[in-house]
Design a protein around this ligand. Sequence first.
Ligand SMILES: Cc1cc2nc3c(=O)[nH]c(=O)nc-3n(C[C@H](O)[C@H](O)[C@H](O)COP(=O)(O)O)c2cc1C
Length: 190
Amino acid sequence: MPEAIELLKTRRSLKPIELIPPGPSAAEVDTLITIASRVPDHGKLTPWRFIVFEGDARLDAGAAIEAAFRAKYPDARPEQIAYEQNRLARAPLVIAVVSRAAPHVKIPEWEQVLSAGAAAMSLVLAAHALGYGASWITEWYAYDRGVLAALGLQENERIAGFVHIGRPSAPPEDRPRPPLEQIATRFAAR
Ligand SMILES: Cc1cc2nc3c(=O)[nH]c(=O)nc-3n(C[C@H](O)[C@H](O)[C@H](O)COP(=O)(O)O)c2cc1C
């Protein structure tokens, strides 16, 4: 079986804490984003963008997450607060895929959102192709406008995913996949 097919058939997510250093080099980050931006895009609107979190910047971003968490839960325990501060520092690299979908005269917003999903999936696959593991997650802070503003998102922008990337600490176990007969049908000719 060609290598690419084997990769696509065996890809599996890892949890952020299962992704360990070393993370991708600067050149590899460029490769990841180049591949992630090579997705179908009706109307060539580029309805997505990427934010890279690496090194200490991951903890700076975590400070915004922690502040929002404290505001919501003033009685939070110190270990919960520490966990929130570390949210984007569990894996060596996090790339946020930001959807910039907006009303357009011709291109449905839905299709722009789908394009951002495609960008996130291409990013995940590119990470696997480079030998890294990845985890496409959102978690609560992806929906908190205060956190998003602190991360530099405009009001009209949304998080399609925080894609966590690093070396797999161990090979992941697979999970059951839906049987083809449950998810695919052949349209019957009359
Ligand atoms: C848009 C989106 C957001 C997701 N957010 C989370 C999340 O916040 N937490 C989580 O555990 N999984 C989340 N997932 C699911 C994981 O990405 C992944 O699909 C799951 O862990 C199953 O692993 P698999 O990719 O090997 O099937 C999300 C998936 C998508 C498409």
